[in-house]
Design a protein around this ligand. Sequence first.
Ligand code: PLP
Length: 456
Amino acid sequence: MIDIKIIAERDRSTVLHPFTQLKEFATGKIGDPTIFVGGKGIRVEDAQGRSYIDGFAGLYCVNIGYGRTEVAEAIARQAYQLAYYHTYAAHTTEELATLSERLVRMAPGKPSKVFFGLSGSDANETQAKLVWYYNNLCGQPKKKKIISRERGYHGCSVISGSMTGMSFYHDHMDLPFPGILHTGTPHHYWGAESGETEESFSRRRAGELEELILREGPETIAAFIAEPVLGTGGITPPPTGYWREIQTVLKRYDVLLIADEVICGFGRTGANFGCTLYGIEPDLVTVAKGLTSGYVPLSGAIVGERVYAVMEEAADRVGAFSHGYTYSGHPIAAAAANAVLDIVEKERLSDRARIVGSHFQKRLKERFAQTEIVGEVRGVGLLGAIEFVADRQTKRRFDPQLKVGARISKAARDRGLIARAMPHGDILGFAPPLVVSEAEIDEIVDLAYRATRQVM
Ligand code: PLP
C-alpha cells in the first residue's frame, strides 16, 4: 500500500508541474495531486481506488488503451537485449530501422527520411531548423520566416512555443521568437461573418494568409505549420475547402508545408493521418503521441523528398548534418512504437475510430446541440468538443471568472469521467482511446451531459 499523504506532500514540495497555477497548488487550494496507479483499456485508477474513464487518452496519446502487455513485453525485451545505443553517424538497431522504414511507407506526402526525437515540441523545433537549413542550402538565406495559426498548438520549447498561437503560452517567457508569425484561425463558428458559408470563410482565411505573405515579402517566408485539425486551441475541424485554398496559396509563393500530425496521426480522425482525410500534401510531417501511444516518449520529424534531396546534395559542400540528441532513435522507444503500430494495424484502429467516431459525433450532437448553454458541438473521428456560451443567440461568452468549462470538467471527473477543460475558452474536449466501444461512448456522453446539467 502506498501512503497517499506522504506521496502528495513529496510531490507538492518538489515537483514543478507543467501548466499549473503554482500558488494554488502550493497552498492546497486546488487540492492534493491525484496519484494514478493503474490503467486497463480506457480506464485509469487512482491511489484511493477510484476508477475513471479516460475520455482524453492521457493527453490525446494513449490510443491503444492502457495495460497492453504486448507493448510492455516489447519494451522489456529490448531493455534486456540492448537498453541503449546511439544513432549518431552510422549506428542503428533493428527496431529503429524497422520503424523508420514503416513510417516512410505510411506517412503522407513524399516521405524520404525520419529524424527521431522525444516529444512533439522537439520535433517541431527540428522542423524549424530543417526549414532554415534547407533554405540556406538552396541559396535563399532571407527565406526564413515561419507562419503558424492563432490557436494552433505546436509545443512549448522556444520555437515550437512561438509557433503555438495562444498568447498565454508566450506571456512572461519572451516569446514569440522573431520570425515566427501567426495568421487567422479557421474556426467558422467564431470567425465567420454573418451569412458567410464555410467555403467563402475558407477563401477569406487563405486570402489573409496571402496578404501576410505579400506584406512580409514572399522571399522571406519559408514555411507554414498547421495541425490538420486544430487541437489544443479548441478541437476544431477545418471548414470546407480550407486545406485546398491554403495549399494553393503556399504553392504560389513556394512556401513549405509542415503538417503537425502529433494528435491526428495514427488514426485519431478516422484516417491514418489527418493529411489523408483532408487532401493535404505536406513537405514535412511531425509525429509523436500516438506513435508510441504514450508508453514511452518518441517523436519523428518526417522529411519529404524535396527537402531531403537538397540536404544530401549539399553534404559534400557543408559537411555533416549537425543536429541530434543522445536519445534520437532510442531502441526501447522504437521497440514500443513497432509494438504499438502492430496493434494499430491488426485492430484496424483508424477504421474503428471512423466507425465508433461517427457514433460518438452523433451522440454528442444529439445530447448537447440543443442544450441552452452550448454554442457549438464539433469534432471528427474520436476527437470532439463542446463549446459553452452564456447566450446561444448572440454567442456571448461566459465571464471567464465563472470558469464554466473547468467546473463542468471537474463535475465530470467527480462522476468518473476525465474530459479536458481546454485552455482556450469554455470548451470541454474529448479524445478517448481508439479502442473505446460504442457502449463506452454512450457512457462518456451521458456522464458529460449529467456533469453539464449539474453546473448549469
Ligand atoms: N503538436 C501538437 C499538435 C500537439 O498537440 C502537441 C502537444 O499536445 C505538441 C505538438 C507538443 O508535443 P509535446 O507535448 O510532446 O512536446
